[in-house]
Design a protein around this ligand. Sequence first.
Ligand SMILES: N[C@@H](CCC(=O)N[C@@H](CS)C(=O)NCC(=O)O)C(=O)O
Length: 191
Amino acid sequence: MKPREMIKEKGNLWIFGYGSLVWKPDFAYKRSKVGFIKGYKRLFWHGDTFYRGDKEKPGRVVTLVEDQESCTWGVAYEVTDSQIEESLQHLNTREVVMGGYITKMVEFIPKEKGQGALLALVYIATSDNPIYLGPASDKEIAAQIATCRGNTGHNMEYLVRLAEFMRLDCPEVNDEHLFSIEAAVLNILPT
Ligand SMILES: N[C@@H](CCC(=O)N[C@@H](CS)C(=O)NCC(=O)O)C(=O)O
């Protein structure tokens, strides 16, 4: 289904972010909610040859891998009918054209009690993507993040901002993969 076909009857669309979108949405939206999606694990398994890396030294950014035991925490943004065209245009260029992500629909569960689940659009990079990097040890991923930079800045900023979001907005969640890579990067840096 095309994103426009996923728009609810009243014309608003929810978009779930779990990487740079949690701290740098850069598109117009009406409101946002912190929460999670079930059945996916956030992993630094996608390459980035534009924003946080380049063709010679691709950076590492996050994608989602299906895992029934896992949940991924992030932010859902409600985009109104009048904002949708421009917001989807921004995301299509940033995520699909430049980032190699595809779109899927997922069920988003808000953190705030008593709020119902929402259908949300999410951008995922799958393993058949040409810049997909796949699994590597925390040490290898950390070494790559510590030395890469691209058109919007250092790959470390991408990691640290995401870890900061999780600590501030989801303090009760232990994202082992994220925090072990952050620790491995801090271990590499000169004291
Ligand atoms: N789709 C994920 C990841 C998005 C993401 O990190 N995309 C990269 C493109 S590869 C990006 O927009 N980077 C902008 C930046 O790092 O400044 C999300 O929902 O947050």
